[in-house]
Design a protein. Structure first.
Length: 343
């Protein structure tokens, strides 16, 4: 038994604390531009692209053809509650280091004036954004008059930057967020939007993916085969499950996937079980982490999930979990298991 655990330890990938930069992901849909700043390949990227398509449809229904900018700054290392800001202008967002006595680094996201819905947080909510966008379209004069420059500092133990940008008062924003969605939003939610990344109706092969509808994420397997009569490709979707949220969808190797619905829970599926999906696996006692889980197949029936967790004022800790695909079981901490076996 000890030899087995030692072998697993030797072949597992290591999580390393390398230098890292965040990136912007941008797309335009009609008069709507969406942008997300994040550090890794989270599904928040695809969510904001889905939002862009929905927002463009709503904008047409509201007869508004002027620019709209929907911007999300992703706090991916912690699960911060979302914060919302509304302004009109060029998306000003200046930055200043807290540690250094330097001047503000001025920056505009846009080259022309637009309605700006600016969000910060650990997750992104489509309905909240649509409610604020509808409100902003109907209240542009008020926004122009009420907005003021804010200085923002993220609530964390060791913040590194201050930011300044425009926004209206928080009260009308909170009032809109608490309201039930109106008829237009309810109609917009009925649209079926497939995962934008590497997905199209014309070019698609077998894989696991999802579409968004009614504020749910519908996970499915899609397979392709040829019709012997027409000699044309046909596609078939097999529904797996419906989720309230999706955090990461990652192909491990060839047509086997982990689907994280939160920061600490996931499902597993593969091409040999296209009508099945694992039980929900919950990772217990998980501290904050910076890098996403590194997932790797280490045997036909074993997958490793490694992550570097953080506790302030202590050393980072690499934690490795093993998921047994055939048994549908999760070993929570390989290091602890090895120590227990050695005793």
């Amino acid at each position: 038994m000890k030899k087995q655990y030692l072998f697993l330890l030797l072949i597992l990938p290591f999580c390393r604390g390398l230098a890292h930069s965040d990136y912007f992901y941008n797309r335009e849909y009609g008069n709507v531009k969406v942008s997300i700043l994040t550090g890794f390949h989270y599904e928040e990227i695809n969510k904001i692209f889905i939002l862009g398509q929905l927002a463009a449809k709503m904008s047409v229904e509201l007869n508004y053809n002027k620019p709209i900018f929907l911007y999300f700054r992703h706090h991916y290392s912690t699960d911060d509650k979302p914060e919302y800001f509304i302004s009109y202008g060029r998306g000003k967002e200046d930055r200043k280091s807290i540690r250094d006595e330097e001047d503000w680094q001025e920056h505009n996201h846009l080259e022309e004036d637009a309605i700006v819905i600016h969000q910060k947080g650990g997750s992104f909510d489509i309905i909240s954004t649509l409610k604020l966008m509808e409100y902003a379209i109907k209240n542009v004069p008020f926004i122009k008059e009420d907005q003021q420059m804010l200085v923002y500092e993220r609530e964390r133990k060791y913040p590194t930057f201050r930011y300044r940008f425009y926004s209206i008062n928080k009260k009308p924003i909170q009032e809109q967020l608490l309201k039930e969605p109106g008829n237009l939003i309810a109609e917009t939610l009925q649209n079926k939007v497939y995962r934008p990344e590497n997905f199209s109706e014309r070019e698609f092969t077998t894989c696991c993916s999802y579409y968004w509808q009614d504020n749910k994420y519908h996970i499915f397997w899609r397979s392709r085969h040829y019709n012997n009569t027409t000699n044309e490709p046909e596609f078939q979707e097999t529904h797996l499950l419906t989720l309230d949220n999706i955090y990461i969808l990652e192909e491990i190797e060839h047509l086997d996937y982990v689907i994280f619905d939160t920061r600490n829970s996931f499902y597993y599926t593969d091409q040999h079980h296209q009508k099945e999906i694992s039980q929900k696996q919950t990772i217990k006692n998980l501290n904050d982490y910076y890098w996403p889980f590194k997932v790797k197949r280490i045997a036909l029936d074993k997958i490793s999930l490694s992550v570097t967790t953080q506790i302030w004022n202590t050393k980072d800790k690499i934690r490795t979990l093993i998921y047994l695909t055939e048994k549908d079981e999760l070993i929570q901490d390989l290091d602890r298991l090895i120590l227990n076996a050695a005793e």
